[in-house]
Unconditional design. Structure first.
Length: 92
């Protein structure tokens, strides 16, 4: 019972916030969208180092560089999967 009351209360509080976001000044919206799609903006991410308890390191790249890096990783994974999948051999 308490759980449903807490969830209902949380939803009631979230509704006015959503309405306020939708009522934002439309003149500022295009600049925010342009800034979000700018390929030259810098994005920093913390990357964990496998096998280390000391944490990771902070890596900063432009949005275009991150997109290219992710595409290269995706391509490498797909290549590996293609090479190591043999559909002609029955399992077992």
């Amino acid at each position: 019972m308490l759980k449903s009351v807490v969830i209902g209360f949380g939803l009631a509080l979230a509704s006015p916030v959503t309405a306020q976001v939708a009522a934002a000044d439309p003149a500022s919206a295009p600049s925010a969208q342009q800034k979000a799609k700018d390929p030259n903006r810098m994005i920093c991410e913390k990357q964990e180092e496998l096998g280390s308890r000391l944490g990771g390191k902070k890596v900063c790249k432009t949005a275009a560089e991150w997109q290219e890096w992710r595409q290269q990783n995706r391509d490498a994974l797909e290549d590996w999967q293609r090479q190591h999948t043999n559909p002609g051999t029955p399992a077992g």
